[in-house]
Design a protein around this ligand. Sequence first.
Ligand code: FE2
Ligand code: FE2
Length: 304
Amino acid sequence: MARPATEWVNVTGNISIIARESGEVWFHKNSGTDEAVDPFAAPMMGAGAPGSTVRLLDGAIHLGFAEIEKHRAQREPTLAAYIVALAGAYHTSVHTPRNLRRAASRFSELGRPEVAAYLEDRAREETGHDRLALKDLHALGVPAERLVGNFIPEGIKPLCRRFDELCVQDYPIDCIGYSYCLERIAALKQKSDIDKVRALCPDGIDATRFLRSHSCLGSEVTHVEETIAFVASLPANDRIRVVQETYKSALIMAQGYNGELLKPDAEILEELELALGEALPYRRDRHPAHDENHGIRNAASALA
Ligand SMILES: [Fe+2]
Ligand SMILES: [Fe+2]
């Protein structure tokens, strides 16, 4: 019988994530000694398995968000912050199909049709998601095209830049790590998160199309499962890069999230109204009951 897979990836200068197919995962502080003493000092070379690969990927997100979890500010969700999140959702979605197709065509050139096919599928599945965010903004009475044309949330800019850069690399495998990070965090959103947003919206208004689709209720769950299976099937060098990029993307996302959390609502409103050139069409005093949520799932409400 084959031994269960053990996979490991060094994600920071001195921390590696180690995961076993049986479910164990731990963070290993590199000892600085040679491979004879530390079996995880050399890069992994073996085959992957979904059970261990998913723990590497999620471990990378956990590490990336570790700092924000320590300093996380408590902040009431507001409609203004949700409008910012929708603008962010638009910007992180609008170029995704184009970017993924660029990466796919590069993998075709490189003689990796299986990676190209996976990326083409993803590009197809992500097509039109920017429109969901625009529809939600319209539903809230916000001139959506004007808003997204004039405004990219600060925390979203480095993410968009990162994805653009990753997809035009000579060997653009890292873009899978970026996508996994965003999709995995989205898929952790629960029905209760959607209900909280519904409570913010004016009565009878449905402005949760993007959120529903990018939550545990939507297609994001399947996207995440497919990506885990695909990454597990990749050679070790590719898996290492995907996990390392998942960590870097999580760091960027966590920083952006922190920035949004620390911003007072009045400042958010001012930014939005400056971009729109007019006041937002809703009352400012609506907010839902406070609800404690912990874990990386919190990032989802600020950065869709
Ligand atoms: Fe999407
Ligand atoms: Fe997706």
